[in-house]
Design a protein around this ligand. Structure first.
Ligand code: 13P
Length: 246
């Protein structure tokens, strides 16, 4: 049975002090049957790791570089994240694809490096509104994953988390209906089965992200192929307690 996962993506919000205080207050309230992770800005990782100690909450980062180390001014490596106490890493978020020109090839390199260092990757995929209207959602998401997960062993695939985040639903208040979300997450499961076999595909957690709120979380997470959420705006509010419990 797959354990549900509630992941908060704090994006570029809160100073380290604000992050520490918010995390310390929220973490104990999220205790339940699900895994919970706060993906925080780099500069807040160490403080938040201390703030959530003993609560069962894990800490993650929102990006990393794919090289081991070296002359990459301004970048952060997987081993630096591990050293700071991060357990999870978001890879290929649509905001990184859109504003920082990340490609599926870069996603793939980051994924391989993250796994090498024992980080749990959350690989994001999803279509724009135009792509949905053009009727190519499933094909597009399959291609993002085929390229993004290239050369992954079934063992590594089993450790990877996939997040389906339709771009048109992110930060817009336009949540995908549970049918729309389940249709794509089901198609993702089918692809994972083609790539890694049924056993492995059944172990991989698939999250939905895009305007998840305290009101819509439980219906979304009740779908057969949705194993939790990747939450932006609502992860910075008390709503996240309700979402984690859903
Ligand atoms: P919102 O929950 O604010 O729509 O953001 C979703 C997201 O991008 C999570 O990674």
């Amino acid at each position: 049975m797959r354990k549900k996962l509630a992941a908060g993506n704090w994006k570029m919000n809160l100073t380290p002090n604000e992050a520490r205080d918010f995390a310390a207050k929220l973490a104990p309230k999220t205790k339940g049957d699900s895994d919970v992770v706060f993906c925080v800005p780099f500069v807040s990782i160490s403080d938040v790791v201390k703030a959530v100690e003993g609560s069962g909450v894990s800490v993650g980062a929102q990006n990393m570089h794919f090289e081991e180390k070296g002359a990459f001014t301004g970048e952060i490596s997987a081993s630096q994240l591990v050293g700071a106490g991060a357990k999870y890493i978001i890879i290929g978020h649509s905001e990184r694809r859109q504003y920082f020109l990340e490609t599926d090839e870069i996603v793939n390199k980051k994924l391989i490096k993250a796994l090498e260092h024992g980080l749990i990757p959350i690989v994001c995929v999803g279509e724009t509104l135009k792509e949905r209207e053009d009727g190519i959602t499933i094909e597009l998401v399959r291609m993002q994953l085929k390229r993004g997960l290239l050369r992954l062993t079934p063992e590594d695939a089993a450790k990877t988390v996939i997040a389906y985040e339709p771009v048109w639903a992110i930060g817009t208040g336009k949540t995908a209906t549970s049918e729309q979300a389940e249709e794509v997450c089901g198609a993702i499961r089918t692809l994972l089965e083609e790539l890694y076999g049924k056993n492995t595909a059944e172990q991989i957690r698939i999250l939905y992200g895009g305007s998840v709120t305290a009101d819509n979380a439980s219906e979304l997470f009740a779908q057969k192929n949705i194993d939790g959420g990747l939450v932006g705006g609502a992860s910075l509010k008390d709503d996240f307690e309700v979402i984690a419990k859903a």
